[in-house]
Design a protein around this ligand. Structure first.
Ligand SMILES: Nc1nc2c(ncn2[C@@H]2O[C@H](COP(=O)(O)OP(=O)(O)OP(=O)(O)O)[C@@H](O)[C@H]2O)c(=O)[nH]1
Ligand SMILES: [Mg+2]
Length: 436
């Protein structure tokens, strides 16, 4: 399993404003209010895309904003809904709310979608506020403004193929020969200190992920060398390629290197040792490796194992090896051990429904600070310049029980009340009057 991370900033589109309009017709000078609703803002949606294997595109593009809803119009015309923005991510991406570190969701499949930021609600037009006693309201709601937020994406990619071998065998050279990966390569053991991933194109539309891990040595299970903790990264791979450096093979006892590797894998995880395995005998370009090659090939074939002579340096033999690998992968792909990643989708309560009823009040010196998604949204969507709209807001807030709660807390004439960035002051008439 490999972890690749990115942080992105997302914002749903703001809602469009509701419209204030009075119907006008030649012979009906007092036609009723006919201002339409503003359109809802678009959502930001993450969608799994199976041909993506990294989050690297997010290093360049960080901000994703959906379209805003358009404003309502007269004649009961509602504003257009803002377009959603679809952000593609590779399957295996876990999504976290960056401020709370909570998991928002987990994209595991191609085409799976999660709404990560909802668009704002469109404001109601004045036609909505008309009643039999109140025929001509001259205010409308403003569109809901939504805030941006940061989410963290974490890719837990699962390799199809794990490359294992002793240090210096040529694992990283092999990975760089078959993919665009650029792992560090050097002629000393333990060059690779953390796993590298490479994506290999098999046929049109089919890609496989290969994982190159640090070399393992005899005694790795006791912590020798880099230990065998890196085997964890390939423990969910569908198959293994064991890479053997022919210059390290003794023709007198050719199986030693192979046995050492398989023994360490088995000591780590017996199941992993049973995984489909292909053996690559590397560095055939080096003069004098023939003897070791034939000796080892004969021994492996005696026990029914197939091996491939290759040179990771010159690419000789690599195509034949890959054909065999793809053949195996075709057979096991359906059974890839993906199941550990759950299909759970946890939408964060902020983006999902909003509890419009509840709010809290904190007394800070002379200020009563009221917090609550619903009540703050109500204030934000009010056209504060319009007295009628403010009056309507007051009556709604009163119905929510704000005034009683304030009284219990000892509110006095002249105290300030802050809701969603707006300041009101409390007056004797037991009404919230707009201050500015
Ligand atoms: N001549 C020759 N040299 C090779 C071949 N493959 C790898 N090498 C060399 O062997 C050395 C080790 O290669 P790496 O790819 O770093 O080996 P590794 O298995 O990743 O090693 P660790 O990361 O330390 O486990 C480098 O100097 C490579 O250039 C090959 O096919 N032929
Ligand atoms: Mg390496």
């Amino acid at each position: 399993m490999f972890i690749d991370e990115a942080k992105i900033n997302i914002k749903g589109g703001d809602g469009g404003n509701g419209c204030v309009s009075m119907h006008r017709e030649k012979y009906r000078p007092h036609g009723g209010p006919d201002g339409g609703y503003g359109g809802n803002g678009g959502n930001v949606i993450l969608e799994g895309k199976s041909d993506m294997n990294t989050l690297s595109k997010f290093y360049k593009k960080v901000h994703f904003k959906a379209e805003r809803g358009s404003h309502g119009k007269g004649n009961n015309k509602n504003g257009k809904v803002g377009k959603d923005i679809i952000v593609n991510v590779p399957p295996g991406t876990v999504v976290y709310d960056d401020s709370t570190a909570r998991v928002i969701g987990d994209i595991t499949r191609d085409g799976q979608r999660i709404i990560v930021a909802r668009g704002g609600r469109g404001g109601k037009g004045n036609a909505h506020f008309a009643t039999s006693n109140y025929r001509a309201p001259s205010f409308a709601e403003k569109g809901e403004e939504v805030e941006d937020k940061w989410i963290r994406l974490e890719l837990k990619l699962i390799a199809h193929v794990g490359l294992v071998g002793l240090p210096n065998a040529g694992k990283s050279t092999f990975l760089s020969a078959i993919s665009h990966a650029t792992p560090k390569i050097a002629s000393y053991p333990f060059t690779t200190i953390h796993p590298n991933l490479g994506v290999v194109h098999a046929t049109e539309g089919i890609r496989y992920v290969f994982a190159d891990i640090p070399g393992i040595i005899e005694g790795a299970h006791e912590g020798k060398g880099m230990g065998h903790k890196f085997l964890r990264h390939i423990s969910r791979a569908g198959m293994l390629i064991v890479i053997i450096d022919l210059t390290k093979v003794n023709p007198e006892s050719p199986l030693d290197v192979y046995d050492t590797i398989m023994n360490e894998i088995e000591l780590y995880d017996q199941e992993l040792a049973k995984r489909e395995t292909i053996i690559a005998l590397n560095k055939i370009d080096i003069v004098g490796t023939e003897e070791a090659y034939f000796a080892l090939r004969d021994k492996l074939e005696e026990s029914g194992k197939k091996c491939y002579p290759i040179s990771a340096l010159t690419s000789e033999g690599i195509n034949e090896l890959l054909v065999a690998v793809f053949e195996i992968l075709k057979g096991i792909e359906k059974n890839m051990p993906y199941e550990e990643i759950s299909e759970k989708i946890i939408i964060d309560s902020e983006t999902e429904g909003i509890n419009t009823k509840s709010f809290t009040i904190d007394k800070v010196e002379d200020y009563f600070v009221v917090r609550g998604k619903g009540i703050e949204r109500m204030v934000q969507m009010t056209d504060i310049e319009n007295d009628e709209a403010v009056y309507y807001l007051q009556s709604r807030i009163k119905r929510m029980g704000l005034e009683n709660r304030l009284k219990e807390m000892g509110v006095k004439d002249g105290d300030f009340i802050v809701i969603g960035g707006f300041e009101f002051n409390y007056t004797e008439e037991k009404e919230l009057k707009k201050k500015k």
